[in-house]
Design a binder for this molecule. Structure first.
Ligand SMILES: [Zn+2]
Length: 327
């Protein structure tokens, strides 16, 4: 708890529900300040994190506000408190206290430099794949996609949402230390743009929670679905930020990068060399473009085995191998 979460919870509407994941839902008070009609369907959501941070999301007008220890007391947070009916002198007192505490917290963060991640809600009305009871053409297409791509319900908590804009997507939650801090929705319709709708935070690495003590290496790839296949990590693109590198190095394992077979992938190889990591570009046929394709052809176990066996540490060998991988 913190002075911020205490204050926000004090002024939250008394009529509210709690979801199993810890979100409180209630009628949002932001909407009519943002040109929307008032919320009567409990579409305001708030979660208080154990560290004292809070995240507020409104599914009606789209207003968001959040706070984490060490962060500034934002203009949006002030607005939210005002709209919830907190008096200005209370709000000013909280803002002042946050400013004072920050001087200490920020000094600590500079030493650790590790990113922190807010909890975020999944798309509206998202339910676990295993909880689907409405087998319509959209949910069926998602289940068929999973079957065709060898994705299993025990990999992770896959989600699906019947709401417009999400109903033809497979939703993959991003966990960090057990909390959902982002997600991606993969279109299951061929050629549909965008292929992925993603909510992610700077520095986030997918799959860190899965890298337990029993693993000697951590495989790092670009996409989350590829990571799921091999219980690896995903950086969510072809660039590794310094914060992502720090989170991966902190695992204290051999890091093996598997680049996609495209131009961006070749940049990723140079970045991995710079970080002193291993790179694996297994001897797969030319037409297999990524881990997902290899799993289709060979199954998960063989794919994992070929990645581990063909990991290279020497920059010279990595660059030689890259010539074949990227042609
Ligand atoms: Zn609203």
């Amino acid at each position: 708890m913190s002075v911020v979460s205490d204050t926000v919870l004090t002024y939250l509407p008394a009529k509210r529900k709690q979801t199993p994941s810890g979100w409180l839902s209630f009628n949002a008070q932001c909407c009519h300040h943002n040109g929307h009609s008032a919320d009567t369907r409990g579409r305001g959501g708030l979660i208080a994190n154990p560290d004292g941070g809070i995240s507020y999301h409104c599914f009606n007008c789209g207003f968001k506000a959040s706070w984490q220890p060490g962060r500034n007391f934002s203009h949006k947070l002030r607005k939210l408190l005002q709209w919830m009916g907190a008096p200005d002198d209370i709000i000013n007192k909280v803002a002042l206290e946050v400013m004072r505490e920050n001087e200490g917290v920020q000094a600590k963060e500079r030493i650790a430099e590790l990113p922190t991640f807010n909890a975020v809600p999944l798309p509206d009305d998202a339910i676990k794949i295993t909880d689907i009871t409405d087998f319509n053409k959209y949910s069926m297409a998602v289940l068929e996609y999973m079957a065709a791509r060898n994705l299993n319900v025990d990999d992770t908590d896959y989600y699906w949402s019947p709401s417009l804009g999400y109903r033809d997507r497979l939703i993959i939650p991003f966990y960090y230390e057990g909390r959902i801090v982002g997600w991606t929705g993969r279109s299951v319709v061929p050629d549909k743009k965008p292929k992925y709708l993603t909510e992610s935070q700077p520095g986030f690495v997918y799959g860190l929670d899965e890298q337990g003590y029993n693993k000697v290496f951590a495989i790092v790839c670009e996409g989350q679905l590829d990571a799921i296949h091999i219980e690896g990590c995903a950086i969510g693109g072809s660039e590794i930020s310094d914060q992502q590198a720090m989170l991966l190095n902190r695992l204290q394992k051999q890091i093996i990068v598997v680049p996609d077979r495209d131009k961006a992938g070749s940049k990723l190889v140079e970045r991995a060399i710079e970080l002193g990591w291993s790179v694996s570009m297994p001897d797969w046929p030319q037409e297999l473009m990524d881990i997902g394709d290899a799993v289709q052809r060979y199954g998960r176990l063989y794919t994992l085995h070929s990645i581990a066996m063909q990991a290279e540490e020497s920059p010279l060998k990595i660059r030689l191998r890259a010539k074949k991988w990227f042609t």
